[in-house]
Design a protein around this ligand. Structure first.
Ligand code: B12
Ligand code: SF4
Length: 461
């Protein structure tokens, strides 16, 4: 049989990150890999018309989409909108498949809204699912094999995004999972505590086929296997790329690793400092973050011309109303190039969610509010209002012109990027007040969602 499948892949938007009316005037972000990877995984002999939509950079009108199968992805914050899309397409007789972080964390829930759910990585299961569909044997749940063959990763079909407004479409991933178990983090849950690596030659091959110089590594925890990381950095150095990625604060104790990063073209790292107190880091199981070494880490990175997106979380059980001041003092003293703040968020499926649930502290299970910028649980040492307001004020203070000037003047690292990024974030943080919880709570709905669908999806707020 020679039947071809028409497939539409949709990444729905969240409340604050949206095309046109979101917090960013432009899309200040790199392209995600998931949908363009799934597009590349569709077996050649089954390929009909394949389209990829990302609602954060384009308007998506579901009434215009005609396909045999619609694939939907979603992090927790977009999951209700994903369900709304799915319910709409099922009403049109189109088969829907869900995957991604939230469906992996909550497969039963996703299964109530989609015909099939792909749990975890899809390198092997997505092509199998498509063949099952054609054979009339579609299953409800697809689990990844015990041992994933990382060499199955194809070059993503980046051309789907080339005319979209991403900073770069050159994203890739070399390492999967994390050996740590931070209480709030979804990575160890999704990857079942495994920490695995792609063959270095595959990563080098993919990088060398990318157009342009700039690359983003999306690995949530890339440098915990130091031997692999140094070998990877040495292997990519001859390509003369410039790359940004993530790292933990632990790199401060490893000058060889820092030197290898610099020599391989690293221009920026996202680092989870999380808390400025020992008790804060210990409560979340991130005790390896040593606050006494934070300033030295910043100096080591700036000395190597590596800029830092520093991530800080507010609302931990040991955080009182003074936590915002600690964060602001640190970002100014250490000249953090691009500070980023989140409200501690108990993503469902994590130990953090389970603990707060058992303590009766989860205030809403409306997943749209689980975007790490809205308070969804009862903090211990603050009121919800103190946490929400303090968090927004922290953003606003960090992105005053005087604050930007102080930090960047002290850092003077990769200014051609950090000045623009700071101005973008300045605009972003002033958008926070436009997205109060009540507005956000309804934000997942589609124009074409019917009352019956809303009843089936509607969470409590
Ligand atoms: C790119 C990215 C973003 C982008 C775009 C997000 C998006 N909508 O895709 C931006 C910058 C906007 C972003 C923002 C945030 N993000 Co983010 N982000 C990522 C990141 C780094 C890469 C995603 C990616 O492309 N991965 C690579 C692909 C290959 O893996 P994958 O996504 O898991 O997809 C595979 C499978 O899941 C499966 N699959 C996925 N979708 C589908 C769909 C179908 C139909 C099928 C069959 C299979 C399938 O197939 C793929 C191949 O195996 C991930 C971390 C990571 N490395 O995955 C975090 C991650 C997705 N983000 C996360 C978080 C927490 C956030 C923020 C809250 C961060 C913050 N602190 O502010 C914000 C939230 C924004 C909001 N308002 O809600 C969490 C998700 C947690 C959760 N439960 O929601 C992750 C997992 C990181 C982490 N460890 O915490 N993020
Ligand atoms: S927060 Fe970072 S270090 Fe902790 S488990 Fe998640 S990926 Fe690993």
């Amino acid at each position: 049989m020679n039947r071809k499948l028409n497939i539409a892949l949709i990444s729905p938007r969240t409340g604050m990150y949206r095309f046109g009316t979101g917090v960013f005037p432009l899309t200040l972000r790199y392209a995600p890999l998931n949908m363009v990877t799934l597009a590349a995984l569709i077996p050649q002999e089954l390929r009909g018309e394949v389209t990829v939509y990302d609602e954060s950079v384009q308007r998506v009108d579901p009434t215009k989409i005609k396909a045999d199968i619609v694939g939907l992805t979603g992090i927790t914050g977009v999951s209700l909108r994903s369900y709304a899309f799915s319910e709409y397409f099922r009403r049109q007789g189109i088969t829907t498949v869900m995957g991604g972080p939230h469906a992996t964390l909550m497969p039963e829930e996703a299964g109530r809204h989609a015909d099939a759910v792909v749990i975890g990585h899809a390198y092997e299961t997505w092509p199998r699912l498509l063949r099952d569909y054609l054979d009339g044997k579609l299953q409800k749940f697809y689990y990844p094999p015990e041992k994933i063959d990382w060499s199955l990763i194809p070059d993503p079909q980046r051309d789907f995004f080339s005319d979209k407004r991403f900073i770069t479409t050159n994203s890739t991933q070399a390492v999967f999972g994390c050996p740590h178990q931070c209480e709030f983090c979804v990575t160890p849950i999704i990857c079942k505590g495994n920490y695995e690596r792609r063959p270095i030659s595959d990563v080098v091959g993919e990088l060398s086929r990318m157009k342009g110089r700039y690359v983003t590594f999306l690995d949530p925890s890339p440098v915990e296997n130091v031997e692999y990381s140094i070998a990877l950095f040495k292997a990519i150095a001859p390509l003369k790329k410039r790359w940004g990625g993530l790292a933990t604060t632990r790199i401060v104790d490893n000058p060889e690793l820092l030197d290898a990063m610099e020599a391989s073209g690293c221009f920026g790292l996202l680092i989870g400092f999380e808390s400025l107190t020992d008790s804060g880091n210990t409560t979340i199981g991130k005790g390896f973050n040593d606050i006494r070494k934070y300033r030295r880490l910043m100096q080591e990175l700036h000395a190597r011309n590596i800029s830092v997106m520093g991530c800080f979380v507010h609302g931990l059980d040991s955080d009182g109303p003074d936590c915002f001041k600690h964060t602001l003092d640190f970002i100014h003293e250490a000249n953090v190039d691009l500070p980023r703040f989140t409200v501690c968020t108990p993503f469902p499926g994590t130990p953090f969610f389970n603990r707060l649930k058992s303590e009766g502290r989860i205030l809403t299970e409306n997943w749209t509010l689980y975007d790490a910028q809205h308070v969804v649980f009862q903090p211990k040492l603050m009121t919800t209002e103190e946490l929400q307001e303090g968090h927004i004020r922290c953003w606003e203070s960090a992105y005053r012109i005087s604050s930007i000037f102080k930090r960047l003047n002290g850092s003077r690292t990769f200014l051609e990027y950090t000045i623009l990024a700071n101005l973008g974030y300045r605009f972003y943080c002033h958008g926070h007040r436009r997205f109060p919880p009540k507005r956000m709570a309804r934000d997942w709905q589609l124009d074409v969602t019917t009352a019956a669908d809303i009843a089936s999806i509607q969470p409590a707020y």
